[in-house]
Design a protein around this ligand. Structure first.
Ligand SMILES: *Cc1c(COP(=O)(O)O)cnc(C)c1O
Length: 360
């Protein structure tokens, strides 16, 4: 029995979810987004499980180099691009493709003297207002990139939605229309769609879709769960019941004594806390799956432990397995109780958690 909380990662489920993406966007190539340690699932293992993807995307160069060190040979795109000219030879040597989203990068490419050519994705800001050149700058950037000796012919064009997770948002159709107008006279490959747009905005699929969250089996929509899109959850986060005690009506549990028993009850202690990445802001009432039934979190989340209400006649014994999220308990539900999104829950898992990879 593991003494640590376990994040069990089902690599077969990742493969299934990739197939689901390919069904949803049959005419598009898949640029699988693996930033932030593959959404907390383990960068290299997830990349290896995605052998059918066409290319990978990460945020930063160190993530890309970790993949290369592990022997991953597929094309890799840096979504934030390079930060300084000195990185360009490293990109070239490691076959890394770069997003270009600002003038500094354009000038660095114009002045670069490289022994080869880099594949470039030009990012246009169509309304997210985070990264990307403005629509007014587009034609000039495009022309100058084509003239750069350091840039490979064939400049991919991309943008990013701000509201794709709100089905029917006007902003999404505005961004799509603007992007299509800008690209209409260019024969270049295009990419717009993140997970939410892959599901809900098929018009945006283009040449390359960019799924992140749905590869991990999770719905990008707050009112839905992965199974409703025929996705399979990939992570199963579990720990163990390590203590049980009976308390009387009116007694309180945990720091701040902010939960009080309405009747005599049994309290169970489970060995996981915010020091492992379980969200400290999960409120009393958050479900926990305990050896075959749902119980509720009571009191505050501690660093190493949480407490749950086992009721008046608990059937569990010490050592029972508790699942915090996974196939038995949708992470989308937990995110709501913790007033956050599944993305953040996944990224917050700490190195104290033991990762185990399975393939069934
Ligand atoms: C993170 C990211 C994605 C993937 O987003 P999901 O919602 O996880 O599918 C796609 N494109 C860009 C530019 C991103 O930063």
């Amino acid at each position: 029995m593991s003494r640590r909380p376990v994040a069990q990662i089902n690599l077969a489920a990742i493969g299934h979810n990739l197939q689901r993406v390919q069904q949803l966007a049959p005419a598009s190539k898949v640029l699988a987004v693996l930033k932030a340690n593959a959404y907390g699932h383990g960068l290299v293992r997830v990349a290896q499980a995605l052998s059918e993807a066409d290319a990978f995307a990460v945020a930063r160069i160190d993530e890309a180099l970790a993949l290369r060190t592990a022997g991953v040979v597929k094309p890799i795109v840096l979504l934030e691009g390079f930060y300084e000219a000195a990185e360009l030879p490293i990109l070239l040597a490691n076959n890394l493709q770069t997003v270009v989203h600002n003038e500094l990068q354009l000038v660095a490419l114009e002045q670069a003297e490289l022994d080869g050519q880099l594949k470039v994705w030009l990012k246009i800001d169509t309304g997210m207002h985070r990264l990307g050149i403005s629509p007014e700058q587009f034609n000039e950037f495009y022309r100058r990139l084509w003239q750069c000796p350091a840039v490979q012919p064939g400049i991919r064009l991309m943008s990013h939605f701000s509201c794709a997770d709100l089905p029917g948002a006007v902003k999404t159709s505005e961004q799509l229309t603007l992007f299509q107008q800008l690209c209409s006279d260019k024969a270049e490959q295009q990419s717009l769609a993140n997970s939410a747009a892959i599901i809900h905005v098929p018009e945006s699929h283009g040449d390359w879709v960019r799924p992140g969250l749905i590869l991990h089996g999770i719905s990008p929509f707050t009112h839905q769960q992965g199974w409703q899109h025929q996705l399979r959850p990939v992570m199963r986060l579990s720990s163990r019941l390590i203590a049980m005690r009976k308390i009387k009506q009116g007694e309180t549990v945990g720091y701040g004594a902010n939960w009080q028993a309405e009747q005599d009850t049994w309290i169970g202690v489970i060995a996981i806390g915010y020091g492992d990445g379980y969200p400290r802001h999960a409120v009393s009432g958050t479900p926990v799956w305990l050896a075959g039934r749902e119980v509720q979190l009571v009191g505050r989340v501690s660093m190493d432990m949480i407490t749950v209400d086992l009721g008046q006649q608990p059937v569990e014994t010490i050592g029972a397995e508790a699942v915090l999220w996974g196939p038995e308990l949708a992470i989308e539900r937990i995110a709501k109780y913790a007033d956050t999104i599944p993305y953040e829950l996944l990224c917050n898992i700490t190195p104290r958690v033991d990762y185990q990879y399975i393939t069934v």
